[in-house]
Design a protein around this ligand. Structure first.
Ligand SMILES: O=C1C[C@@](O)(C(=O)O)C[C@@H](O)[C@@H]1O
Length: 604
């Protein structure tokens, strides 16, 4: 039964209700980020709140995560009594609204009422619950001194936000909360436009859930959301796509975002594990550039372009599968993008025109060039996808003699024809030697089934370069090291392509060493969490020991064949980058020099 509000509470001011907290007062207390606290017991929940409190004084107690929420009230009361600096929301969302509480509406109401009496300054009531209550029942919550959030969750889509707002408004809550799900990037635009429309009508909180909703979680405040939600830690998310509070503050600098903040992002699919946001946000922060960098997961270019236009975005790092397709939407590209038919960097001019650059090619060439004169060098490229394309064209432009090995001979031949390179058969590889061997396939990448692309006896080269950057130490890199060969890991390339993007976007020199440091640190942490398969396993699948035919671009996704430099010494690669490897002359005919590595000792 739908309640018809009878109390003419002026939105935003509660002073007419005895004991209630005024909205103005609340708004002055609460921060921009509310950290959701969960626990499986009351003690654990309070423990987590006490920990979160060190960095956040605005907490949401998700009482519905507890098997018996009522049992938590005494502890909650004590906690809030002892910590007057905390502003607390009590939430006991029923399963029907996407929460975990299996009890009745009456039971939910009792819990919220007691939470308010225990000192929670806000209570969250779902619209679906409110619509079953009479206004006096709702007022009981307020009479305990709490402000009311009426919230609505849509776990499927982002639609009819105004209609939902109109359903909530009659209850005259102090806060209106609408949490939808982004199925496209432009759903975030819908949410932000809604926030802009309603920000002067009510205290609105608007968020899009889901992997594609990150834009709203970071930029929603700027559009008018009173605050946003964050997880206490990774793994403790209370909503899909929720970001950890520290990441929101330190990586996305949510407290500093303002109307002047320029927005950039990395677009493609998959994008979840991309290290570009970490790297570029750090660079912006370090160089005091008022900009933020987001992960934009999409396969639909039209969706992405809507976002670029509407937010607007100032630039994009473009990755798989959009690198080629984006070209036709660009006003102009640099010569190399045009030549290879792929662009990884987009800039939006003030008049809205889009320009494209390719920083992958230079990022792939530079680490090699610093160690090896490329003119006349004999180079084996493994793969024939996007990454290989950048490598082959880049190397050819430098005058190298390029051989392509790929599981699908046809793809290898096509690329070879286009780039005026050669193909090579697998059975010839062990008999040949090269100045450099470059892996441009996803083999060895985190998440890709382990398989050695070459056997040790096939690695006859002066230097081995793996474009895969996650993990830093790929099987190929380890194999090369075991043979005493100098290596170039994909991290170097990854950082370089990102550094050039930073420079294109900002006009400032990139803080390359710090970028490298943050990436290596993140990769090491990941490696510690997921140790590599033992080497024996890698060799279990000789049939798969061939270059992978899938297109693989030298993008910035850790699950793509990208960059990796390694360092076991504890020093970052930036600290002792290239010096470890002496420049080597190309062999005149790719002859024995490569097959006889100087020493058997490990290179690092
Ligand atoms: O309503 C919200 C937003 C939320 O669902 C999110 O996705 O961040 C998390 C919930 O804890 C909170 O009550």
């Amino acid at each position: 039964m739908k309640a018809v509000p009878t109390t003419p509470a002026t939105t935003g001011v509660l002073d007419h209700i005895p004991g209630s907290v005024s909205t103005h007062f609340l708004r002055s207390r609460i921060g921009k980020v509310c950290v959701a606290i969960i626990g499986s017991t009351p003690a654990e929940m309070i423990e987590k709140a006490a920990e979160a409190m060190r960095e956040n004084t605005f907490l949401e107690f998700r009482l519905d995560y507890l098997p018996n929420p009522l049992a938590a009230i005494p502890k909650l009361k004590q906690f809030l009594y002892e910590h007057g600096e905390i502003t607390a929301i009590a939430t006991c969302r029923r399963t029907i609204s996407g929460g975990k509480f299996k009890g009745s509406i009456a039971a939910e109401l009792e819990i919220l009422e007691k939470s308010a009496a225990a000192g929670c300054q806000l209570v969250d009531l779902e619209l679906q619950t409110a619509e079953h209550l009479k206004q006096p029942q709702i007022e009981i919550l307020r009479s305990q001194g709490a402000a009311l959030i009426i919230s609505y969750h849509d776990f499927e889509s982002t639609k009819d936000l105004d209609g939902i707002f109109d359903r909530i408004q009659p209850y005259l809550p102090e806060f209106v909360k609408i949490v939808s799900t982004a199925k496209t990037l432009s759903d975030n635009v819908t949410m932000m436009r809604f926030l802009e429309r309603t920000r002067d009508k009510a205290n609105v909180i608007g968020i899009c859930m889901g992997e594609q909703g990150i834009i709203s979680r970071v930029l929603g405040l700027r559009a008018g959301s009173i605050f946003t939600f964050a997880a206490a830690h990774v793994g403790e998310e209370t909503g899909p796509g929720q970001i950890a509070a520290r990441t929101l503050r330190e990586t996305y600098r949510i407290d500093q975002l303002d109307a002047g903040t320029r927005v950039y992002g990395v677009a493609g699919n998959p994008i979840k594990h991309s290290l570009s946001p970490l790297m570029l946000n750090m660079a912006f922060r370090r160089e005091t550039v008022n900009a933020v960098f987001l992960a934009l997961q999409t396969t639909k270019l039209s969706d992405l372009l809507t976002l670029v236009r509407e937010v607007p975005l100032h630039g994009l790092a473009v990755t798989m599968p959009l690198k080629e397709e984006i070209l036709k939407h660009l006003e102009k590209t640099d010569a190399i993008s045009e030549k290879i038919g792929a662009c990884n960097t987009m800039v939006r001019a003030q008049d809205g025109r889009l320009f494209g650059f390719n920083t992958d090619v230079a990022a792939m060439i530079r680490p090699l060039e610093r160690r090896l004169p490329l003119k006349g060098a004999k180079v084996l490229v493994l793969g024939a996808g996007g990454a290989a394309r950048a490598a082959v064209f880049g190397l050819k432009e430098k005058g190298a003699e390029v051989f392509i090995l790929n599981r699908s001979a046809e793809a290898a031949q096509t690329l070879a024809r286009q780039a005026k390179a050669k193909t090579i058969k697998r059975d010839q590889v062990a008999k040949s030697s090269f100045d450099a061997i470059i892996n441009a396939t996803p083999s060895g990448m985190h998440g890709v089934k382990p398989a050695s692309i070459l056997e040790p006896n096939e690695i006859n080269a002066r230097i081995v370069f793996d474009m895969v950057y996650n993990p830093i130490d790929t099987p190929l890199i380890r194999m090369a090291r075991e043979k005493g060969l100098p290596v170039i890991t994909g991290v170097e390339m990854f950082v370089y392509q990102g550094a050039r993007q930073f420079e294109i976007w900002t006009g400032k020199p990139a803080p390359e060493e710090e970028m490298l440091r943050v990436v290596v640190h993140a990769l090491r942490q990941q490696a510690a969490a997921h140790p590599p398969e033992p080497a024996s396993k890698e060799k279990e699948h000789p049939a798969k020991a061939e270059p992978h035919p899938r297109p693989a671009s030298p993008a910035r996704h850790p699950e793509k064949p990208v960059k990796a430099v390694a360092e076991k010494s504890g020093k970052t690669v930036a600290e002792k980058p290239i010096k470890a490897v002496k420049a080597v002359k190309p062999s005149a005919n790719g002859s024995k020099a490569a097959s006889k590595p100087a020493a058997k000792k490990k290179s690092r």
